[in-house]
Design a protein around this ligand. Structure first.
Ligand SMILES: Cc1cc2nc3c(=O)[nH]c(=O)nc-3n(C[C@H](O)[C@H](O)[C@H](O)COP(=O)(O)O)c2cc1C
Length: 184
């Protein structure tokens, strides 16, 4: 039985998203005692502080799912040298109302894939900034900036080459240790 439930947040809504593929492939590298639940962020309204007292159903659902998780896994593209707006919107929603930040204290990992050569480095740094403010203990090392190239994924959606697989397995192993160390 799974002892650690991980809430997975993918920062892309695109149907053929490389980051969603990366999330699925990564999850397969996780241990048996970890289960991974994808959070839906596509149906969240744009955050409006006027709605704090009466949040929409998708916002309540999001906060409930985060509350049930022992850890967080963010897999994000880089949009214009930052995180995508849909991801920031989700961060903002679950951080409010003031004093009811659902993210706080949940150990997290941050990873991302891009067709660009710096592989989401700046988006991840911006995300880390927000997570620090939100009181989310975030794995510092190893960093993982995945440059999407032909052959990264195989037909079955697994990591398609041994070097990348080894690198991501090590990342997942360190992430798992981090979650176990900091999960409440
Ligand atoms: C609005 C927009 C902005 C982008 N800006 C960047 C960027 O700053 N850095 C980068 O490496 N790639 C950038 N890209 C390219 C993305 O890395 C590429 O579209 C990637 O496939 C998106 O992730 P996804 O496949 O998970 O949707 C941008 C793409 C879009 C649509």
């Amino acid at each position: 039985m799974s002892e650690y439930r991980i809430a997975v947040v993918v920062g892309s809504l695109r149907r053929e998203s490389f980051n969603r593929k990366l999330a699925h492939a990564l999850i397969k590298l996780g241990p048996q005692e970890f289960s991974f639940e994808h959070l839906t962020i596509s149906d969240l309204p744009l955050y409006n502080q006027d709605d704090d007292a009466n949040p929409a159903e998708p916002v309540k659902r999001l906060k409930g799912e985060i509350a049930e998780a022992q850890g967080l896994l963010f897999v994000t593209p880089e949009y214009n040298r930052s995180m995508p707006g849909v991801l920031k919107n989700a961060l903002d929603h679950a951080s409010r109302p003031y004093g009811q930040n659902a993210w706080a204290g949940k150990p997290a990992g941050v990873i991302g894939a891009s067709i660009g050569s710096i592989g989401t480095a700046i988006a991840q740094q911006h995300l880390r900034n927000s997570l620090a403010y939100l009181d989310v203990p975030t794995l510092g090392q190893p960093e993982a900036f995945i440059h999407v190239k032909e052959g990264l994924f195989d037909e079955a959606g697994n990591i398609g080459n041994e070097d990348s697989k080894k690198f991501l397995q090590n990342w997942m192993d360190q992430y798992v240790e981090w979650v176990i160390k900091y999960a409440a």
